[in-house]
Design a protein. Structure first.
Length: 417
């Protein structure tokens, strides 16, 4: 599977890094104060322009919510960030086919719309306000406890793994696009984002490919028939769509790592809608549910998890019904696009071309400082994600320097190490 998707991963992470470099955080925080259709559309588009990492998306949504964004708008941002991003779509096309790609990007907006409609009815405003107050209280406590450290440090050394300048990134948002595209610093930052995201997701992808290979080659068909009922029409579609997110919950794999698993599930017999609901459900992986509990409290986290599960399952079922109506549900489960041997075909040529591009990306990331990039950024020491210093979701003062993180999840790991 990896040989077939190598070029797609380079292309996807490269495009993702470029978007993250050219879209500013300030643009993400504008007018997300309600969950009207226009606001939800904007939150979704901004989510598409961010990292696909589920942990990073969760941290960003938390940050937006804490700063005043509407809760459902922040959740819509999180959904789009993990389901409607370019690298995910490219790998879906390669491993599963264009129908699954189309279903992902048609079903994503359906899922977000269902989330907003159902969430506005089932999640009480008092729970939301209580969670916002708790987040702000925790941040205020952190700021007060860090005041002495700030005075001593005088904004001193920053843990950035590169000795880059630590002032705010230059305001490129007002520059004409043609000038921005000619700025080597922005392209260096884009390369650094791409490499950082690749490092950040390497474990998920490795686990996803290994488990997918195991499921596709060793698990007998009889086991899949026990898990996924078949031959019962609409009942089969409903059961498979409901089971998909449950598998995601226990798989502990998220983001791009879900796609090889989805391919194995499709080969094993799960319905089209079940595959889509499984891909949607990377935000229901068990570690993320525990993070929701920590951030928002047990009651709100429980309602979020049940709501996420239902809207993901309903969206998967709805997409399958739409595709059935137009005769677009694929019937080939053999995954014939995955060859058993490496041969001199179009995949080989694409891998050669994109390997050369990958070398260029690595070089640009390594020389980020020389090219004028890296200003205002730090590297998360746990997951290797590139983080804007001014907007870091978490930080800690350690060994006479600031250390910045993409999420509280990574900060906790660092403090325990």
């Amino acid at each position: 599977m990896f040989w077939e998707t190598g070029w797609a991963l380079v292309l996807g992470f490269g495009l993702s890094g470029t978007v993250q470099s050219f879209v500013t955080r300030k643009e993400m925080e504008k007018t997300l104060g309600d969950h009207k259709p226009k606001t939800i559309a904007k939150a979704s588009v901004l989510g598409m322009a961010s990292s696909s990492c589920s942990y990073a998306a969760t941290a960003m949504a938390k940050s937006l919510f804490s700063k005043g964004a509407d809760f459902l708008a922040a959740m819509s941002f999180m959904f789009a960030s993990t389901n409607l991003v370019v690298e995910l779509g490219i790998v879906i096309v390669v491993l599963l086919g264009w129908q699954f790609f189309a279903a992902e990007f048609i079903g994503g907006p359906i899922m977000i719309a269902l989330l907003v409609m159902a969430g506005s009815v089932t999640i009480a405003p008092t729970l939301i306000q209580r969670a916002r107050n708790a987040l702000r209280s925790n941040e205020a406590d952190f700021d007060q406890s860090s005041e002495a450290s700030r005075s001593i440090a005088q904004f001193g050394d920053v843990h950035n793994h590169g000795n880059y300048p630590t002032h705010e990134p230059a305001n490129n948002a007002n520059k004409p696009l043609c000038r921005r595209l000619k700025d080597p610093a922005l392209w260096a930052d884009a390369a650094s984002y791409a490499i950082a995201d690749l490092k950040m997701l390497r474990k998920e992808m490795l686990i996803g490919y290994l488990i997918a290979g195991y499921l596709a080659t060793i698990v007998p068909t009889s086991i899949w028939k026990v898990v996924f009922i078949s031959g019962h029409g609409t009942l089969t579609q409903i059961e498979n769509a409901l089971v998909g997110p449950i598998i995601a919950f226990v798989s502990f794999v998220c983001s791009v790592g879900n796609i090889p698993l989805a391919a194995a599930l499709w080969k094993g017999g799960i319905s089209f809608g079940g595959v889509i609901s499984f891909i949607f459900a990377d935000l229901l992986a068990f570690p993320l549910v525990m993070i929701y509990r920590k951030l928002y409290g047990t009651r709100l986290a429980l309602r979020m998890s049940v709501l996420f599960w239902l809207v993901m399952a309903v969206a998967g079922f709805a997409v399958e019904e739409i595709f059935n109506a137009f005769g677009l549900v694929p019937t080939n489960r053999a995954l014939q696009n995955l060859s058993r041997n490496i041969s001199l075909d179009y995949t080989t040529y694409l891998n050669i071309v994109f390997f050369a591009l990958f070398v260029v990306i690595v070089w640009a990331a390594k020389n980020q400082g020389r090219l004028g990039g890296g200003q205002g950024y730090a590297i998360d020491p746990i997951c290797s994600m590139q983080v804007e210093i001014a907007n870091a979701p978490a930080k800690v003062y350690s060994d006479s320097r600031w250390v910045y993180f993409c999420s509280d999840h990574c900060k906790t790991k660092y403090e325990k190490s």
